[in-house]
Structure formats: C-alpha cells, structure tokens
Design a protein around this ligand. Structure first.
Ligand SMILES: C[S@@+](CC[C@H](N)C(=O)[O-])C[C@H]1O[C@@H](n2cnc3c(N)ncnc32)[C@H](O)[C@@H]1O
Length: 427
C-alpha cells in the first residue's frame, strides 16, 4: 500500500476553495509525482481548484511541464452559469503563481482542440458538462491528442442524478483500458490510454483487480480527501468565527458603551431614587397632614352640617315669624289705617276745635288787652289812690294825728266807689 502514498499525499492545496473535486487533491499530488506529465490539459476548470492542484504539484515537484486550462468560463447546466469575475479571479491567480508554465484558453473544448498536436498530451482531465454525450464526445475528440504516456482522468464517475452520464462512459471505458477509480468525492476514474505508463501507475491499475487493495487505496484517499473537506469547512467556520468575532468585538464595544450608558443612567436613576425617596417622605408628611386636614374638614363639615341644620331651623322659624309678622303687619297696617282715619277725623274735630279756640283766643286776646287796659287803669287808679291815701293820711294826720290807719283797706272800696263816681262810672 505504501507505494500508493508519498509525503505529497498529505499536502494541503494552496488554494483550498469549494469544489466537487476537493477530496481528490491527495491522490492528484501522488499521481503527478509518479506520472510527471510534460503536457497537461484540463477540460473544464471553472474556479480552478483541480487545475491549480495539478499546477501546485508540478511546481513543487519540479516537473517540467506545460499546462492548459480550457473553459468558456460561462458555466453549464451542471456547474451552473456564472459571471466574468470567475475567469478574472482564475486568471489573476494563474498570472501570479504559474504564469511561466500554465496558460488559460477561454473557448469551447472543440474550438481549442486544434491548438494541440496529436500524441502530445500526457495527462488529460475531463471535467466539462456531465451528460453522457458530453463526456463521450470530449473523450473521443481528445483521445488522439494523448501521448504514449497518456492517461485520462474523469470526474463525477459516481454521480447518477441530474442526467449525469459520466458513470455510463466510465463503465464502457473500464472494460477497454487499464483503470482505477475512487468512489468518494463524486467519483474519480483514471485510465491509461498510452502504452508507456509509469510503473507506479501500472501497479495502481493492477490494484483494481485486487478488491482488498482497491478498498485500502480508496479508504486512505477518501480519508485524506475528507481531511480537506473538513479543513475547508473549518476555514469556512473560521471565517464565520472571525466575522462573528469582529461582530462580537463591535457588539462588545457597543455593550461597553451601553454599559457606560446604563451606568450613567443608573446614577441618574439613583439620584432620581433619592429624590423620589425625599419626595416620598414629603408625600408621607403631606399625606399625614392631609389626613389631619381631612379629619378637620370632616369635623368642620359636621359643624357646618349642624349649623346648616340650625340655620335651616332658624330659617324655618324666621319664615314662620315672617309669616306671622307679615300677618301681624297686615293687621297693624289695617289698624293704622283705621287709626289714620280716626286721626283724620280727630284732626278735623281738633281743627274745628282749634278754630273755635282761635275764636276764643281772639276773645281772650281782646280780654287780655282789656285786662291790660283795665290794669293800667287800675294802676293809675292805684297810683291815684296811693296819692289819695297819702293825701288822706296827710289829711288824717292833720285831722287826727294819732289815728290808726290799719282799717284803711276797708275804706278803699268806699273810696273807689267815690272815685268811680267821680270818673263817670269807669270801673
Ligand atoms: C464541473 S465544472 C469544472 C470544475 C473544476 N474542474 C473544479 O475543479 O472545480 C465544468 C466547467 O466546464 C465548462 N464547460 C462545460 N462544457 C464546456 C465546453 N464544451 N467547452 C468549454 N467549457 C465547458 C463550464 O463552463 C464549467 O466551468
């Protein structure tokens, strides 16, 4: 088994990219090392995985070879159709690493065929469209180009879906040429068309007859191939992890900034909590005060209610009194009216009496005047009398010097009469 392996079987492709061919690189390294083709042609390159695996091996193993990759770089029904960027990327890679021995031919396989002389190609890799007719046509047309050392590789020999027909061609070719085929990685078949095949390859073809050895070779290369799929998956996951890590870093920074925000907000909230606590205390105090005031108000309300009752009672009493008073007033008004009438009547009586009185008064006035006149007359009579008295006294004294005049008043009326008679009866 050792002869079917070499250190290169454990290499990793420098350009490990997604491809249906991915798991065949370990065998391709061994094949190139053993076969050492001078002219290698690939029909169907797409993103260039298999082609650059061959190139990597040729370069690393210092095989002096010329390589050609032929493809329209437009895609097909099985590979899918794609844009120009695929070719640009493949060309850039080829120009960078393998420009000195590798060439890309952008054309159909048929168009490119005349660029190759018959009997020149040592290794032909057929990996174009996978219908039976395509694969048959490619093999038939390119077979004459194969050298005496010529071998042909067919990919997808183990795919039996979507119209893939390479397996049918492979079944035909297996009976005609020395062969070996792998069943992993969609199947890869190798036939020897030329007659001068390196010994190691001949031994490989011979191993086809040995089921145990075949399984052993298949098992080892399948396991080695799986390592590449796993590595590719690992790379994919690593890229995802890198992207996620970058996103995580961004998120970490975001979280940090948000944490800072939260811390700031916490401070604000803490401040607000404190304020809230203070306000709560104030509220409690106000609430207590409010309760007290409520109680006060309740008491006042009770007072007011009591007063209202009182006022109501007073109002009622007042109303009753008012009614009574109004009634009384009406009675009094009536009484007053009657009195007024009485007064009017009495006033008329008084007026009449007054007039009568006035008459009396006039009479009185006149009587007074008369009295005054009489009085004056009396006064003058009294003076006259006094003079007479004095004269009489003088006369008396003169007639009877010691007589008592205390009885003189009794004499006065007599004298007055005498005087009156003298004055002509004015008394
Ligand atoms: C399965 S892909 C090749 C995959 C490639 N070997 C790898 O390692 O991934 C098939 C390619 O063959 C090309 N192709 C199919 N038929 C063709 C034809 N008649 N002439 C030129 N290119 C063709 C398609 O454009 C496509 O890129």
């Amino acid at each position: 088994m050792k002869k079917f392996l070499f250190e290169g079987s454990f290499w990793f492709p420098e350009r490990l990219i997604p491809s249906g061919w991915i798991e065949h690189a370990p065998f391709a390294y061994w094949l190139i090392n053993e076969h050492r083709p001078r002219l290698l042609v690939e029909l169907g390159t797409h993103t260039g995985y298999s082609y650059f695996v061959f190139n990597q091996a040729l370069k690393r193993l210092n095989v002096e070879a010329r390589c050609f990759a032929i493809d329209t770089w437009g895609g097909d029904e099985h590979a899918g159709y794609y844009g120009d960027e695929v070719f640009r990327e493949v060309r850039a890679y080829n120009d960078k690493w393998y420009w000195d021995f590798s060439e890309l031919i952008r054309s159909t396989f048929d168009e490119a065929i005349d660029r190759f002389a018959d009997g020149t190609i040592d290794l032909l890799h057929i990996d174009g469209r996978h219908f039976y007719e395509d694969a048959s046509n490619d093999f038939e047309k390119w077979q004459p180009k194969l050298s005496r050392r010529g071998i042909v590789l067919f990919h997808d020999t183990n795919v039996r879906v979507n119209g893939f027909g390479v397996h049918r061609l492979w079944d035909e070719l297996k009976g005609k040429y020395p062969y070996f085929d792998f069943v992993h990685g969609h199947g890869l078949g190798i036939i020897a068309v030329g007659s001068e095949i390196p010994e190691a390859l001949s031994e490989l073809f011979a191993a086809s007859a040995d089921e145990r050895l075949t399984n052993e070779i298949r098992g080892i290369y399948s396991r080695l191939g799986a390592t590449l799929s796993e590595r590719l998956e690992l790379n994919r996951l690593s890229t995802i992890v890198t992207e996620l890590t970058a996103q995580l870093n961004i998120r970490d920074r975001l979280i940090e900034s948000k944490n800072n925000d939260i811390a700031t907000r916490d401070d604000i909230i803490l401040g607000k909590d404190k304020l809230l606590e203070e306000r709560w205390d104030e509220l409690q105090k106000l609430s207590t005060e409010l309760t007290l005031r409520d109680e006060l108000i309740a008491r006042k309300n009770e007072d007011i209610a009591a007063r209202d009752d009182l006022i109501q009672a007073k109002d009622k009493a007042f109303e009753e009194r008012l009614v009574n008073f109004t009634a009384e007033l009406a009675v009094r008004d009536k009484l007053i009216l009657q009195r007024d009438e009485q007064i009017t009547k009495k006033e008329a009586v008084i007026e009449a009496k007054y007039r009568k009185l006035e008459g009396v008064s006039d009479q009185l006035t006149r009587a007074e005047s008369e009295i005054v006149r009489q009085y004056k007359l009396l006064a003058s009579t009294a003076e006259e009398l006094s003079a007479t008295k004095a004269m009489l006294k003088t006369c008396g004294n003169w007639l009877c010097p010691h007589s008592d005049l205390s009885e003189a008043p009794a004499v006065v009326p007599k004298i007055r009469r005498i005087l009156s008679s003298r004055k002509g009866g004015q008394d």
